[in-house]
Design a protein around this ligand. Structure first.
Ligand SMILES: C[S@@+](CC[C@H](N)C(=O)[O-])C[C@H]1O[C@@H](n2cnc3c(N)ncnc32)[C@H](O)[C@@H]1O
Length: 291
């Protein structure tokens, strides 16, 4: 169902999975099956397809049993974990896996474990944790735990959605009808990742490279675009499904972005976050400068 509903995302004509392949080629050259790789929130293994040719060992984790069983079928040699990214990170660190991965990745999936420090979904609805300051501290600690999994010279690579894009602003305004977001915006999870990695960089633990790319989610029809909003973004939430104003807003948004061939180009964006672990600033100098 995920693979069926997911719209392809293009950034400058390049699909997100091809951005990952290019990044891998730039950093490691041709695939060599030499890296120890972890992927959190791996879903059905869409991005794993790009990572696998570079991997000697693959650790794949997701908190959905359905996703984990799908990915285990596709990558039978991988070590799989079903659990929250933060819990699996803690378990791997406790199992002596600190500094043991050349590459730790999370594509379109870090927002969820970070959000769970701040709020939880209960039978009664979304409930904010009473101590938001401690939630922030634990979220920061979680991001630094991810970096501790990475071996010197290795990378933490993440893609996060752009909460400020018009599409995501519409989604944010819809979910705010169900529950407010910490700091009033869904960009707070990205801010936490960036802040934690900047602190790590300022402590000499590595080097942060952060880029934002504008792009589109491409729906082949208006129907597919509506399914994208109500199925994927709104998760068929009864309150949102019954909201006539929201239905009209989504219909207007889709109409404005419908192309002459009937497809819908939804403006979107991705933040690509690469933290290269190693003594900064020394390892950021070109070879020979310190000779
Ligand atoms: C948008 S999908 C991205 C999947 C995949 N990375 C891709 O790019 O196709 C988000 C994934 O994160 C998983 N997920 C959601 N919350 C999670 C959590 N707290 N811990 C681990 N995985 C989580 C979902 O089950 C889903 O597979």
């Amino acid at each position: 169902m995920y693979d069926k509903l997911l719209l392809p995302h293009y950034f400058g004509g390049v699909e997100d999975v091809d951005l990952v392949s290019s990044w891998l080629n730039e950093n490691y050259g041709a695939p060599t099956s030499a890296l120890d790789v972890a992927e959190f929130g791996c879903g059905t293994g869409r991005m794993t397809e790009a990572l696998a040719p570079f991997a000697r060992n693959l650790v794949l984790a997701d908190n959905s049993e359905v996703m984990v069983s799908a990915v285990a079928r596709k990558f039978p040699d991988a070590q799989t974990f079903c659990g929250d990214t933060s819990d699996v990170t803690t378990s791997l660190l406790a199992a002596g896996r600190a500094q043991s991965f050349d590459l730790v990745t999370a594509f379109w999936s870090l927002t969820y474990p970070i959000g769970e420090f701040f709020e939880e979904l209960t039978a009664a609805g979304v409930r904010s944790h009473p101590d938001q300051a401690s939630a922030r501290g634990r979220a920061h600690e979680f991001v630094s735990g991810l970096t501790r999994l990475v071996a010197p010279g290795g990378h933490l690579l993440a893609m996060l959605f752009d909460a400020e894009s018009p599409e995501q602003q519409l989604v944010t305004r819809a979910w705010e009808k169900v529950a407010p977001f910490p700091d009033g915006d869904r960009s707070y999870t990205r801010d936490i990742v960036i802040h934690a990695l900047r602190v790590a960089e300022s402590q000499g633990a590595g080097r942060l490279t952060h880029t934002r790319r504008g792009g589109v989610a491409w729906a082949p029809s208006g129907h597919a675009a509506r399914e994208w909003f109500f199925g994927v973004h709104f998760k068929h939430h009864p309150q949102l499904l019954a909201d006539a104003d929201l239905a009209a807003t989504v219909a207007g948004f889709i109409e404005r972005h419908t192309m002459p061939n009937g497809g819908v180009a939804l403006p979107s964006g991705v933040h690509v976050i690469d933290f290269c672990v190693g003594a900064h600033p020394e390892t950021s100098l070109p070879d020979g400068v310190l000779a």
